[in-house]
Design a protein around this ligand. Structure first.
Ligand code: ADP
Length: 150
């Protein structure tokens, strides 16, 4: 059984995230959407809200499981019998950053990271931009799934 962990903050979930998740579905038997809890990080949305965004969006998708975790992503993967980490790439900065983490994770734990490149027209979307637009009262609706708009 091919199980992938898609780790992220999802603060909030965006159409950039759902693009990667939807396109990865045919590649794996199960995808665990895993919200990493980092106590030193400040979030705009509570853990409960971020869980709700993911659970509601994928409530009809049998292959998807939504969980939270703390600690190293590779340790979490082991507890879930997952041999793959799924990550999205928007641009060269993402690549450089993810490259080091992916190589480290492979050396540490033999876990492969599978990268999908943003679909055309979605690479500009990030949770950071969505949060900034929200804070300043701009229209962010075109960047997020239904559940984040309500
Ligand atoms: P993290 O804090 O771990 O980066 P994020 O929620 O920001 O968590 O991102 C989770 C994953 O989703 C990352 O692999 C990120 O590159 C990917 N991602 C976010 N937005 C996009 C997008 N527009 N296109 C492709 N991948 C994306």
């Amino acid at each position: 059984m091919k199980i992938a962990v898609f780790p992220g903050s999802f603060d909030p979930l965006t159409l950039g995230h759902t693009d990667i998740i939807d396109r990865a579905l045919p590649l794996f038997d199960k995808i665990i959407l895993a919200i990493g809890t980092n106590s030193s990080k400040k979030y705009m949305f509570s853990l409960e809200e971020r869980l709700h965004f993911l659970k509601e969006t994928y409530k009809d998708e049998a292959k998807i499981l939504v969980e939270t975790y703390s600690g190293l992503t590779v340790d979490y993967c082991k507890t879930k019998d997952s041999e793959f980490i799924l990550r999205g790439l928007r641009n060269a900065q993402d690549l450089e950053f993810e490259k080091a983490i992916g190589q480290t994770n492979y050396k540490m734990a033999g876990i492969e990271t599978i990268f999908l490149i943003s679909s055309s027209g979605l690479a500009h979307i990030s949770s950071t931009v969505v949060r900034d637009v929200m804070r300043h009262g701009g229209s962010y609706e075109f960047m997020v799934p239904e559940v984040v708009k309500t």
